[in-house]
Design a protein around this ligand. Sequence first.
Ligand SMILES: [Zn+2]
Length: 534
Amino acid sequence: MSGDTLEAQPAPLSEAVTFARFSAANAAAIHLLDNIRSELSPSSLKRHGNTIGYQLSIPLLPRNHDSKDVWRIGAGPSTAIVERKLDHLKPDILLCPPDGSLSATLARQFIKDLHATIHFHAKSGVLMLKTTSSRPVTYERGDMDHTDLELALRRIPSCVMRRSQNFIRFGDYRFVLEFIAQDQVEDRIKTHTSSYRGLYPSPAFNPAPMTHPKTSWNVWLHNKIPNTSIISGVNIYTGEPVAVKQLQRKTALLPYTSSRLQFARQYDEKRDRGVLGIIDVWCEHNISPPCFSNRLEKVNDDSFERIFYSTPLAKNNFRDMSWVNIEFEKRLALFYQTLLGLAELHQKNITHGDILPESLLIFTEHESTTKAQFPPWRAVISLNMRKRKEKPDPSVCVAPEVWSSRSEQNGDLDEAKLDIWALAASWLFAFTVPPKNMKIRKQSYGGLKMTLDTQSQKGLIKEPLVKLLRQMLAWEPRDRPSAADALADEVWDSIRDKLQEDEDSRKRKRLDMMKSVDGGDKRVRILSPDPDDD
Ligand SMILES: [Zn+2]
């Protein structure tokens, strides 16, 4: 709710839908809210059954992209603040009666003027609780292994409310946030979510399956992504969408796999290098790093013990992206980022072995952070944790020498050049739908070249990209450029310039922001009026 709705004017029924209730959950809390009702009678505070609580509604039609759904929770401004007419500090969910009463004074020891907020996560659509105070708020059974989670500023400031009933404690005062979405409003509420595969609609709005929300390590698991073994979910602290993948312990301990797991770990912080980073690695016992990773005992082949790892969850990949609406220049920028990723891998002597359009992931950056950036998407390569199959599934992304070489020579193939072919073939999915299950041999290679010719004649694939594609898809591996050479190609010049421009503009903005923070110093102090709130 933006500033203009802070007066708690209820939206007409036709324009808003109540999706949750924030109610008192013990005698102390009932006492507080009952006092507020008799003294101020806010319209969204209603008695229901044996308790009393605030109804939370969302507008039926999103007003605009900037309209946030944020509810502020707190004890309300002290008399001193009210006298200074700083009414905008009034919370939407007021928990304390006005100053003066003994019960208000007592409650204010635990509940700050503005203590926390409830909001929808911009990407995952889950409902978040976020503290704005250093005094603790407890989300019961909200941490890993369903233990209580204590939120406090500068420690863990936020969490996802993942149950149909979410119990929250401020000192002795216990409240419950309960989802009350009914069937008839579910369709409406779904528009608050977006379209990460396997993640939506957010189960938060469907109370029935929420009695035992399943977590693994710090991830609230949602759904299995169709046709994969990947499970989508959200980080229980940040609400960020994540993908959870699993490996058997014996696979994870192979040098090939463990070196790649370690390698990808570094890229969680380096998001602009074109490589998909790993956020966490843990075992079935919820121990990270996995409990067996330091053990010297012999690996038991019969063990079905698994490890899990999480990565950011991409909204799209090169196969399912709807390319039609994306300008050529923007496609080029996405290609460039994946080539950057491949060059990074090859430079560290890591080959991919199985690049497919599905391994090239596209992230949509949050709008506010990317206003100046070009494009609002970011593409990365997702690493393959298993060795390349000697007999892979037929695909245009498999270089022709894999089929023509005898099995005993297959091990001697130039792995880097296989990657180059596979990357270029995966880019083709941005222009055309190559035939399924096709092995590229002499004859089908002619067809592939013809596709390139037609696409280029139609002006769909433009020079100098056509030239680079022909080189990367050369029949002979030795005629294909290395990733570093392909990266130096003139086709990327305009993108490099554009990225440089954006980088410069970001630097300028950072400088401007630092200046304005200096100037806004006084305002910041007024917003934090309580001296003991460090
Ligand atoms: Zn373990």
